[in-house]
Each structure stands twice: as structure tokens, then as C-alpha cells.
Design a protein around this ligand. Sequence first.
Ligand code: KIV
Length: 307
Amino acid sequence: MSVTNLPGGSTSASTGVPPTKVTMPALAEMKRQGKTIAALTAYDYPTSRLADEAGIDLILVGDSLAMVVLGQENTLAITVDEMLHHTRAVRRAVRRAMVVADMPFGSYHGTISEGVANAIRFVKEAGAEAVKIEGPRIELVRALSEAEIPVVGHLGLTPQSLHRMGGYRVQARSAEAALQLKADAHALALAGAGALVLEGVPREAAAAITADLPIPTIGIGAGPDCDGQILVFHDLVNLTFAPAAKFVRRYADAGALIRTAIEHYREDVERRAFPSDEESYHLPEAARQALEASLAVIENASALRKA
Ligand code: KIV
């Protein structure tokens, strides 16, 4: 058991007043005002709470969860129920940031009504404030918007298209492909998407899209000209056990920190340095004396029996 201050989430340190919630219209306003959107993935209560308290605007419960938390080879096998489970944990932790749930592979690739029904589950059962879908699925985005579900689009390197792309490759590497990406981005915005993740595309393509798109772009491996940036939490703190991609900046080495802490714990246990007397519970003095007296009686009786 670990005692956690459960009803948490961030409040203003000075006033104790809950901060203003980040919503899709608030992200649009940030773009209008030229304020950069800071986004991050998270998949559990403590990480989400820390991200929220650190002022992250948008927390994505990404299907990258399959790889960085569940150790799977790619994102394709994760299910709606698994994503719901983690989205609930994130939602419990977050007060200010907008919580976006990634729709997993297969949950929106059939009929439009199946896609809408699955998206409704994320809002209704897990408290998601928007869903993210990969690819230029214009009809689905329109249907989700009509169903009052805010949508974040995702274009460029879309990991759920791994097999079609033939690997995780930078996309839109020609002028023609960049123009197609721009057209797709505008079609998504017109269909009702409220924001757009651009992943693994050349800086120039992302800049050209961002310049006249009416909704904010949030880049990952798309250069510095997007309206916001997102990273996978485990990349940011070096918990991935793999070399970092070119676009990743490691802000901490949590892998080394945690490994060292666990090694110290193991060593202390092995040499009986943990727990100490101060880390132990004690009987009240009277009970301790009574226990000692009883043990002495038992020991004497046992000695007499042996004699
Ligand atoms: O699943 C994920 O983490 C994502 C981000 C890379 C945008 O889709």
C-alpha cells in the first residue's frame, strides 16, 4: 500500500484556486495569440499529475503506451479497453490540461458509426475531452464533430500505418507530398478537427502547413515552427531502453535515477540496513514488557521440559 493524496491535481500554489481548464477553444486562442502549446503523453496517475502541475497544456494518452509501458513491438495490438483503463487514470490526476485519448488501431477503421461509438466510450467511460485519430479520415472527423466529440487529427508519420509505410519513416519528403499533406490538414480542419498533430515531417512542410491552417499544429519530429510541441514522456526522461530518435531531447535520466535507487535498496536489504529501528512500528511500553515476560515464561517452561 502507498498512501497518496488522492483528490489532487494542480491548484495555484498562491491562491489554492483550481486553474482554468484548457479546452479546444483555449488551444485555438493560444494559436491566435501566438502562445506555444506544450503537450506531453502520459499514461498513469502520478505522471499525469506531475505533467499537469508542471503546466503542460495538453496531455495525450497516446497509443505509444503499447510500446513504452506495455513493452509491445508496435502500437497495433493495444485495445480500446486497455486505452480506456489508462485514460481513466490520467483523467483522475488532471485538473488543468486538456486530456486527449488516442483511438487505437482498429477502433475507427471500420464503419463511421463504429468509430463514433468507440469515441463516445472514451468520453463517457474515461472522461476524455477529445480523441485523436490518425490519417485524413475526413468523413469520420465530420461525424465525430457532429456527435460533439472534439477531435485532434494526426498526419505525417502515423505509426498505425506502420505496415503501409514500410517502417517508421519521415513523410512528405517531396514538394508534391508536402502539398498533399497541406491539403489533408485543411480538409481535417474544415471537417471540424480542433488541432492537428504533425509527426515525422520536414520542418519546411510543417511550417507551410502551420502558417495558414486555422487550427493549431502540434509537432513531434516536425521542427520548431508548429504552434505546439509534443513528446512521449518516456523519451523525455530516458525510460525507453533504446537510442533516442533525432527529434527527442532528453531532459532527465530517470532510467539511471531509478536503477540506482533500486540497487541501493537491494544492497540495504541484503546487508540488513533496511528497515531501521526508526522505520519500524513498536509496541507500547506496557505491552512490550508483557510480551517479554510471557516469552520468558514460555522459554523457562520449554527449558524445564528439556531438562
Ligand atoms: O501515441 C503517441 O504517443 C502519439 C504521439 C507521438 C503524438 O501519437
